[in-house]
Design a protein. Sequence first.
Length: 256
Amino acid sequence: MAYFERLSATTFRATEHVSGAWDEATQHIAPALGLMAHVVETDRDARRDDGLVVGRLSYDILGTIPVEEMDATVTVLRPGRTIELVEARLSHAGRDGVVLRAWLMQPGDTGALAATPLPRIPGPEEMPAWDPTTEWPGGFIASAEVRREQVEPGRGAFWVRSDRELVAGEPVSPLAHAARLLDIANGMTVRASPREVLFPNIDLTAHFFAQPQGDWLGFDTSVSFGAGGVGLTSTVLHDVTGPIGTMSQVLTVRPT
């Protein structure tokens, strides 16, 4: 029932629940991005006890990763008392597949100032269920429960949750729990059928002004294709309290 199993302090085995969606022999990168957020927080908690929170997750996806064993390492690039920049690398057979740079920031009480002009999307109970396996194959997509309100191809709002653990038998933070779903955004309101056009993302950057809470993660997403082979998936992220941040994914657009 988990996406990964821990084999050692730095080694994890992917399960069949991470397969797809462009190729079922390789991982859907979404759970791996959540795993990297988890190892960053685990490393933080081993080094300090002051509860720095993640303000940004910025991933570069260097290539595909098979559904096999992987190694995850963390390096502190910019240590600090109130702000840190850390880097995590996820590798398979000695080759880096994803590099993450995360800003960790000192939390504070700014409840009296909390506000955002970003519009809310309807809650998950207000959207109809949608089966993403009608569009995509693979174990990860099959593990996702989706509620979607489609406006037009490439524009929609949706909520996603999954009952799969990130790492078998291992508690994770609400942030890592949410981060394991972030990369699904690029496939939930497609501009063109993935059977006719390939449009994988080569990065993902998420900024959070509030930490996600709960099982449901909400997306208010727009997909744009340029005329020169590059696209962009842009999202306002939500939990059930409202907007909590933004996310972008740059795409390589390749008609088949």
